[in-house]
Design a protein around this ligand. Structure first.
Ligand code: ADP
Ligand code: GLC
Length: 483
């Protein structure tokens, strides 16, 4: 199965969130399962530094629009996975992350930057490709790849089956409709049956409209998407396409995220020697200036600081958390108002609440290992990886029962305890008054050491690996593939 996996991020080099992790792990798992994947990605500075000797393959032109000159080059990862990098210095060779400059502002030319990614993906998937290797399926991820199915549609002719993968409906890539021509789309696309969406040109809407199939990252989110609450204005379109919509739960990379071998944590541990986890808690407290109070549980949170993640619910409970008593550590970056509110709490509750603003892979691992309880009170969560990392690290999560969180975390109660299936705590409404009782339940159970160890071990035993997920994708590709 030849699959072109187009993505704006790939961990560890360019990562803003879970899409980076998925883009590193899923193609590798497809390769390990015997498929023939290639990853298509902009040649960002971090990739240029990691793979300075990428081999030029072809120049990229002849597709209309107003794009800067670009070429395709190939880098090969240690396991043999091929990265096809789009080398276009005026678009991609700049400081910042994939989407934003160093001050957190979106690049003004994101439409053409990701228009080019979509355009090249569609070209490589077509009979006009300059490359002899042709994919049977184009697996495009999130809005930056959303125009690829639209290009294929308006180009006509034979092309690979277009699969649109939705990791987050809230990011849509909506731009001025005047960009149609510079992007190389025909004027007829300026329509509700085209790429128009509430008076704008929408990359994500284009992908949902024209893809042969849509996949999202958990079965629950695949259902939720169809409702106005979670559909972000696209529920109607998604309902129309619901026969072509599948939810496949992500996996986690258990080579990178393994408490027994993780080089980033203070002390390795596993289900057989849970007592060694405490050394990670001690180290984390010392690193962050938290009081050494072993009888008080440490709550941890890692993630983008946006409305989605519900960190404001946690912030509003700061006083209750300290009174429980519990300590709290939050690592994240994003919304400046949320960052400022968290910093203020860290000052007010010095020694009990620690906040690190920024992107810090090492600290993310140390929180997964060192926290006693992990928090994910998300308003919506297409899949979520952190709750799976935390279960794998014996750090039971408290989560809102939405999306992938509902699909992966089993609430602790009498029945699930008896069945040995409980892995954490869930609550229903995105509301502090629902979150607090769940936190209280978690902290109370933490005091009951044998019961808590049962819960930890249940989570650590769960298999969240990518191999079965890759098989599900291969089945889906086989149904769609164009030979
Ligand atoms: P999302 O993709 O919505 O951000 P996920 O839970 O799927 O949420 O994935 C988030 C990924 O990004 C995880 O690997 C998490 O550890 C990482 N991450 C998020 N914020 C930070 C941060 N500030 N520092 C380090 N890692 C982070
Ligand atoms: C998105 C979602 C997250 C998901 C990740 C990877 O960013 O917000 O829930 O885990 O993509 O699919």
């Amino acid at each position: 199965m030849r699959v072109l996996f187009a993505t704006p991020e790939i961990a560890p080099w360019v990562k803003s969130g879970g899409l980076g992790d998925v883009s590193r792990a899923l193609p590798a798992a497809l390769l390990a399962a015997g498929a023939d994947p290639r990853v298509l990605i902009p040649y960002y500075p971090a990739l240029r530094r990691a793979f300075p000797n990428a081999v030029p393959l072809a120049s990229l032109h002849g597709f209309g629009g107003d794009y800067a000159a670009a070429r395709l080059c190939e880098a090969v990862l240690p396991e043999g996975l091929k990265l096809w990098c789009i080398d276009c210095p005026p678009y991609y060779d700049r400081a910042g992350n994939a989407y934003q400059d160093d001050t957190g502002r979106d690049f003004a030319d994101n439409a053409v930057r990701f228009g080019l990614l979509s355009r090249v993906a569609a070209l490589l998937a077509s009979a006009q490709s300059p490359m002899p290797w042709r994919p049977q399926v184009l697996h495009g991820n999130d809005w930056p790849c959303g125009l690829a199915p639209a290009f294929a549609h308006y180009d006509g002719g034979r092309h690979a089956a277009m699969l649109m993968a939705v990791h987050n409906l809230a990011f849509q890539g909506n731009f001025d409709l005047e960009l149609l021509a510079p992007l190389g789309l025909p004027q007829e696309a300026r329509a509700a049956e085209g790429v128009e969406y509430f008076g704008q040109l929408s990359f994500l809407k284009a992908g949902l409209q024209f893809a042969r199939h849509i996949v999202t990252v958990s079965p629950r989110y695949a259902q939720e998407l169809l409702s106005e609450e979670f559909g972000y204005g696209l529920a109607g379109l998604l309902r129309w396409r619901s026969a072509d919509l599948t939810g496949i739960l992500n996996g986690i990379d258990t080579a990178l995220w393994n408490p027994q071998t993780d080089p980033l944590i203070a002390a390795p541990y596993g289900a057989e020697n849970l007592e060694h986890k405490a050394a990670n808690t001690r180290a984390l407290r010392a690193d962050l200036g938290l009081l050494p109070e072993p009888k008080v549980p440490l709550l941890g949170m890692v993630g983008r600081l946006t409305e989605q993640k519900g960190v404001d619910l946690v912030a509003s409970l700061a006083e209750d958390i300290v009174q429980l008593p519990a300590q709290l550590v939050v690592l994240g970056e994003g919304d400046q108002g949320i960052e400022a509110a968290l910093r203020e709490l860290a000052t007010r509750y010095a020694g009990r609440i620690a906040v690190q603003v920024g992107f810090d892979e090492t600290l993310a691992h140390r929180i997964e290992a060192g926290a006693d309880i992990f928090l994910m009170p998300s308003r919506f969560e297409p899949c979520g990886l952190n709750q799976m990392y935390s279960m794998h690290y014996g750090t039971p999560p408290v989560v809102r029962a939405v999306g992938g969180l509902a699909d992966t975390v089993v609430d602790w109660n009498q029945a699930t305890r008896a069945a040995g299936s409980a892995t954490g705590f869930t609550f229903a409404a995105a509301d502090a008054s629902d979150l607090l009782p769940a936190l209280r339940r978690a902290v109370a159970l933490w005091q009951d050491r044998p019961a808590w160890q049962e819960l930890m071990r249940n989570g650590m035993r769960r298999d969240f690996g990518w191999a079965p997920v890759a098989r599900r994708y291969l089945e889906l590709y086989a149904r769609l593939a164009v030979n």
